[in-house]
Write a protein that binds this ligand. Structure first.
Ligand code: FES
Length: 299
């Protein structure tokens, strides 16, 4: 019996074959982009959702053969009936696999929860939707947790879908600098940033979701209540339609991005240290703390 039809490749998969495919594809991606080293300390970002739980189990399996260390890093956004559901799930997986969890709350790090941010947004006090702030703070917080735990690399569960959405968002926002900074390998080293890797970058989100489902891995399946407010949501729907009509669209965006990088000379960006947190930044204050200032001015 088949469990999956991979439209872009015109191929059917049975359950065992599909599970093998996802693991093999992840391993190949790690090797292709030199994402991990044999003696790394890997911080795996686990939100508790389907993708990150799948990533944790696959990295665990791959890395058992090497002297690597693994630590789980987790951020609580402070979204009622959503963030609080993840903590027990992560604690359960950490116990099963024997890993330490390093976690932090937005409320403690920045003084606001995403629920607070959403309230300002719905009251019309600002026009930045919750996701933009959540994404910026998440990047900052995961880097801090990875650094504090002594990790040499940070692995996140971004899939091909996430990557293609991000590329398109940067095009629509005319953010060439940000677009060119989307590193896939860990070769670009910036002091103060733990290098990030995306072992699922060549897998569709529906594939990692199916993997979690087939292995019956416990996960938080409640959708974020603010996701639909974001530009990413609209792009996600648009790309689903395109992928449906033209299988391979998402891979084409990834390849286009890689070709683009090859034609653009490496940018040397002058970085300063944020006056508030010492985080590397192009300005005097990093974007995460600029957002905190802006929110304080509203309250
Ligand atoms: Fe963006 Fe939840 S705030 S998905």
């Amino acid at each position: 019996m088949y469990v999956y039809y991979k439209k872009d490749a015109g191929r059917y998969f049975g359950k065992a074959e599909f599970i093998r495919y996802v693991k093999k594809k992840t391993l190949k991606t790690i090797q292709k982009y030199n994402m991990l080293r044999f003696d790394d300390k890997i911080a795996v970002a686990v939100s508790g959702g389907k993708d990150s739980v799948a990533l944790l189990y696959i990295i665990d399996e791959i890395e058992r053969e090497f002297p690597t260390e693994i630590v789980i890093v987790h951020v609580d956004e402070g979204i009622a009936n959503y963030s609080d559901k993840s903590e027990p799930i992560i604690a359960k997986h950490a116990k099963i696999l024997g890993y330490k969890v390093c976690q932090a709350k937005f409320k403690d790090l920045f003084g606001f929860t995403i629920d607070d941010v959403a309230k300002y947004y719905s009251e019309g006090k600002m026009n930045l939707e919750p996701c933009s702030i959540c994404g910026e703070w998440r990047r900052w917080a995961l880097n801090k947790l990875a650094r504090d735990s002594g990790a040499t690399v940070l692995a996140t569960a971004h899939t091909l879908d996430d990557f293609a959405q991000t590329v398109l968002m940067n095009v629509i926002r005319n953010s060439l600098d940000r677009l060119l900074r989307l590193a896939i390998t860990r070769e670009r080293v910036v002091e103060g940033f733990v290098p990030r890797v995306y072992p699922f970058i060549e897998l569709y989100e529906k594939e990692t979701a199916l993997y979690t489902h087939l292995l019956e891995l416990d996960h938080n399946d409640i959708p974020c209540p603010y996701a639909q407010l974001s530009m990413r949501w609209d792009i996600r729907l648009f790309l689903y339609q395109q992928e449906e009509k033209h299988p391979g669209t998402l891979y084409n965006i990834l390849r286009f991005y890689q070709d683009l990088l090859r034609t653009v000379p490496e940018q040397s960006i002058e970085l300063k240290k944020c006056e508030i947190c010492n985080y590397p930044t192009t300005d005097n204050i990093c974007r995460a703390h600029k957002l905190v200032r802006m929110l304080k001015s509203l309250s």
